[in-house]
Design a protein around this ligand. Structure first.
Ligand code: FES
Length: 295
């Protein structure tokens, strides 16, 4: 028998090129089949385009909520070796015994020691220090200033004060005027960008004025397939406003949200801290009238 007819022993490893959501899922599926995986990406981190998205079509589900569990699983999986800043140069061999050459760019940090804390950035001796622009004084009504000062004073010296401060400001003002965000940044030492990023990330926060009652109709997958669009249409019809609009009397704002964490009650909506589940169009008038009576 000719020696080139002898099949080499297959290597139990696979190379997945591209660390986006598809690449991560492929790597996890392969390890599930008992195959060691090398996951390469030419970027400095895996995650691909999805990591830059807010919502995904067609359900508008949160991209990070879809991706984060896979990112964590890939990062921790002992049979997945992630090779970032790497590009495939050549592939040689036959099925079961490929030989792949990667070109790996330098990273300039020791990956084994780096925890991603960012301290090196703030202490970088070659950092190009830019003189900050003088910030204009924050103009606030005296009563609002007093409210904000009390909130900031309560949390300022605690670890991670920004979130509790913004939660209380949100309750006190019902939205974040720009001046309030700049005041919080000024008093806590965070940058306006950091404060604004958090203020615009959570759907329970708003940087535009909104009604006393915010009706959040869940349009997550489970609620959607169980008819939450009909709930949305009914609320919209009753209050004569569209999604993201507020009634002229500033009593109601209509919003859609993605999964409020009670899919067993689908279709559901929330108003303030109240959750209403297993709803039909016929339930909407009672709910709205109840708020109108209190409002
Ligand atoms: S999809 Fe509506 S609560 Fe989960």
């Amino acid at each position: 028998m000719s020696s080139n007819l002898i099949q080499p022993h297959p290597v139990g490893a696979a190379l997945v090129v591209g660390g986006g959501i598809g690449g991560m899922q492929a790597a996890l599926d392969l390890t599930g089949a008992g195959i060691k995986v090398y996951l390469t990406d030419n970027g400095p981190a895996i995650g691909g385009v999805m990591s830059q998205l807010d919502k995904t079509f067609p359900t508008n589900d949160c991209a990070m909520c879809t991706m984060a569990p896979r990112l964590v699983e890939v990062g921790r999986h002992r049979d997945i070796e992630v090779l970032t800043l790497s590009e495939v140069q050549s592939v040689r061999g036959t099925p079961g015994n490929f030989n792949v050459t990667l070109n790996r760019q330098p990273r300039y940090v020791d990956e084994k020691k780096c925890t991603g804390c960012g301290t090196c950035v703030s202490n970088c001796p070659t950092h190009n220090h830019v003189q900050p622009m003088p910030t204009p004084p924050v103009e606030l009504e005296p009563a609002t200033r007093e409210t904000l000062a009390a909130i900031v004073a309560r949390h300022k010296n605690r670890p991670g004060p920004l979130m509790p401060i913004l939660q209380e400001v949100n309750i006190a003002l019902n939205y974040f005027p720009e001046s309030a965000l700049r005041y919080v940044a000024q008093e806590t030492g965070y940058s306006v960008a950091d404060v604004y990023r958090i203020a615009t990330f959570y759907s329970s926060f708003s940087v535009v004025p909104r009604g006393k009652y915010v009706i959040n109709v869940c349009m997550g997958t489970t609620c959607y397939v169980r008819g939450s669009q009909r709930l949305m249409d009914k609320v919209s019809e009753m209050l004569a406003i569209k999604e993201d609009e507020t009634t002229p009397d500033m009593k109601f704002t209509l919003k859609s949200v993605r999964c409020i964490g009670c899919c067993g009650l689908a279709p559901a909506l929330t108003i303030g801290t109240e959750t209403y589940g297993k709803l039909t169009r016929q339930d909407i008038p009672d709910i709205v009238h109840k708020c109108q009576e209190v409002a």
